[in-house]
Structure formats: structure tokens, C-alpha cells
Design a protein around this ligand. Structure first.
Ligand SMILES: [Cu+2]
Length: 175
């Protein structure tokens, strides 16, 4: 750094280098976790399955019908296109960005477990509800609606984040 400054001329250039170094350091530890789904609005918002009074649950333009979503869960205990990306990160400042059509949560949990939808817990093999996902009073602050990016969340190695609606959606912070 000193050599760079010496071979350049002028105070403004030196200041510019310093500012760049600070910016790179700050960005290096931040990770945007993309939240994705593929819900087909016609079938996800139909009644059934959603039922009256719950409003629109799929505001996106995905291609997976509700029937295919359930069938995939029955076959594999997961729906591949409902996911956090990445599923592991060594970054310790996280923001979650919902690029899907459904509301998701990005909730810190001590241990991965089920969420607030009993049917999805059963289909995904998560019968034990994570306490942090037990009710909206607990996970409400971690809800990420479609199109929204969360505030930055400080994390450390070993931390776990999951969706309290779709409990197979997970990210683990690694060393
Ligand atoms: Cu979700």
C-alpha cells in the first residue's frame, strides 16, 4: 500500500486507494442469501388448496403446480426449487432476498426442525417443530415477503437459518 502511494502522485489518489481498501474489506464478509421458489399462482391460490380467507399465497409467476409441489415432497421430502442459495456460507453478515412468489422466513434456529404448517412438516420429514418457528410471535421479525431484502443479520460459524414455512429451506454458516 505504501509503495502504491509513493509511485502515484498527489494526495487525492492516496485517499482513493484507502477508500477502496475499506470498501473491499466490508463487502468481503457479506452474503446475500437468495430465497427462491417456483409457485404456479393459478394452482397455489386456488380454493382448495388454500381455502377461503388466506388470500393470495403465490404472487409469482412460477411453473410448479401445487399438485407437482406436493408430489415432489411425497417422493423426496423436499421441493428442489424452494431453496436458500447458498445452503452453506462462511460469511458472517447475511441478508436474505426473496426472489420467489411466496412469503418465506429466514429464521435463526438452534437446530433445524419443523415449521408452522403441519402438513409441510409431515411431508418433509420434520415432525419436531423448531421452537423458534412455533408461532408467528417468535418468527415474525424474520418474515421476508416476495421482493423484499432483509436487514443485515450478524451470524457466526455454526449458526443455522431456515424457513419456518418450508422447513427444508436451510442455510448453515460454516467456518
Ligand atoms: Cu419458505
Amino acid at each position: 500500500m505504501f509503495r502504491l502511494i509513493r509511485i502515484t502522485t498527489g494526495c487525492l489518489v492516496a485517499v482513493a486507494f484507502s477508500a477502496l481498501a475499506v470498501t473491499l474489506t466490508a463487502d468481503g464478509g457479506t452474503r446475500t442469501v437468495q430465497i427462491r421458489d417456483d409457485c404456479d399462482p393459478a394452482t397455489f391460490n386456488a380454493d382448495p388448496p388454500v381455502g377461503p380467507g388466506l388470500g393470495v399465497i403465490c404472487g409469482g409467476d412460477g411453473d410448479t403446480t401445487f399438485g407437482d409441489f406436493i408430489a415432489e415432497l411425497q417422493a423426496t421430502q423436499s421441493a428442489e426449487k424452494w431453496r436458500f442459495n447458498p445452503t452453506t456460507t462462511d460469511d458472517t453478515l447475511l441478508v436474505a432476498r426473496n426472489r420467489g412468489g411466496e412469503t418465506h422466513t429466514f429464521t435463526p434456529v438452534a437446530k433445524f426442525g419443523g415449521g408452522v404448517v403441519p402438513g409441510l412438516n409431515a411431508l418433509s420429514g420434520n415432525p419436531d417443530v423448531a421452537p423458534e418457528c412455533a408461532d408467528a410471535a417468535k418468527f415474525g421479525a424474520s418474515v421476508v415477503p416476495p421482493g423484499v431484502t432483509s436487514k443485515a443479520i450478524a451470524a457466526k460459524a455454526g449458526d443455522h437459518f431456515q424457513c419456518c414455512i418450508h422447513p427444508w429451506m436451510r442455510t448453515t454458516v460454516t467456518k
